[in-house]
Design a protein around this ligand. Structure first.
Ligand SMILES: *[C@@H]1O[C@H](CO)[C@@H](O)[C@H](O)[C@H]1NC(C)=O
Ligand SMILES: *[C@@H]1O[C@H](CO)[C@@H](O)[C@H](O)[C@H]1NC(C)=O
Length: 286
């Protein structure tokens, strides 16, 4: 083989691999997820480009990622149950397995037509949660798809809505606070009935005459380290793993402040009734 023909075949191999990796990172529900429950109520449509979950009086439905991830920047677009969605909850979260599990939660609590959804967030480390923050959104999340992202790297966990950071949980292990960094997580989502607590604390019940309720998902994208048999490898799909060291710059800090000032409706770090003995340590360190 001459130098130039071996170079050509090398380039051809690089191009092929490149195409495969780009295809993988573009996200396909058939390839990346399994439907886990709901007996036909969860559907993968449009050649894997769209996924819908539905809920009726008999059952909700759900799916989970085939891959386990140890760190990643994970984006998903969701369009939530429209109209009278009171009593319904759409959960979208990352979780590891076992009783000392880690978890990063987005939960969307439905409402009567025209009344605002609540975006509920929480973080579990070593099986311990109790870190709820809740927000209203600055748009109607049922009209269009919006992007909900989790950035999880060794320095912090940041929740984003349409690219705007809304919450950060820093790695404060040097202060003795556990941080998720060794248990791989899968991505899960489900739509279920929670009318005993979800809407106005359980006052508004699910109106089953509106069933089935449907939430939709598209444009999954993970720049992430995929875990397999005890070790983790980071996808080089964009040959750019800048997310692994990404942190909030001053603009990001200002955006979080804006969201927390204008849209945050609950913060465990200010709930004196709940923590009469003093707030969890991360509240004063953050
Ligand atoms: C539903 O609307 C009521 C009235 O505006 C509001 O108090 C509540 O926070 C909204 N969201 C939920 C999930 O209850
Ligand atoms: C890597 O990605 C980040 C954010 O997406 C971008 O700002 C940066 O310019 C990229 N770097 C390279 C070398 O492509």
């Amino acid at each position: 083989m001459t130098f130039s023909s071996s170079l050509k075949s090398t380039i051809r191999i690089i191009m092929l691999v490149g195409v495969l990796l780009v295809a993988a990172s573009a996200g396909n529900f058939n390839q990346d997820f399994d439907i886990t429950w709901g007996d036909g109520r969860a559907k993968i449509l449009n050649n894997g480009q769209l996924l819908t979950l539905s809920l009726d009086k008999t059952s909700g439905s759900g799916f989970k990622s085939k891959n386990q991830y140890l760190f990643g920047k994970i984006d998903m677009q969701l369009k939530l149950v429209p109209g009278n969605s009171a009593g319904t909850v759409t959960a979208y979260y990352l979780s590891s397995l076992g009783s000392a599990h880690d978890e990063i939660d987005f939960e969307f609590l439905g409402n009567l037509s025209g009344d605002p959804y609540i975006l509920h967030t929480n973080i579990f480390t070593q099986g311990k949660g109790n870190r709820e923050q809740q927000f209203y959104l600055w748009f109607d999340p049922t009209k269009d798809f919006h992007t909900y992202s989790v950035l999880w790297n060794p320095q912090s966990i940041i929740f984003f809505v349409d690219g705007t950071p809304i919450r950060e949980f820093k790695n404060l292990e040097s202060n003795g606070i556990a941080f998720p960094k060794s248990q791989p997580m899968q991505i899960y989502s489900s739509l279920w009935n929670a009318d005993d607590w979800a809407t106005r604390g359980g006052l508004v019940k699910t109106d089953w005459t509106q069933a089935p309720f449907t939430a939709s998902y598209r444009n999954f994208n993970a720049q992430a380290c995929i875990w397999s048999s005890g070790s983790s490898s980071c996808s080089k799909s964009s040959s750019n793993n800048s997310w692994l060291t990404q942190s909030l710059d001053t603009t990001g800090q200002a955006r979080i402040k804006w969201v927390q000032k204008n849209y945050m409706i609950y913060n465990y770090c200010t709930d004196t009734k709940r923590f009469p003995q003093g707030f969890p340590p991360e509240c004063s360190l953050a």
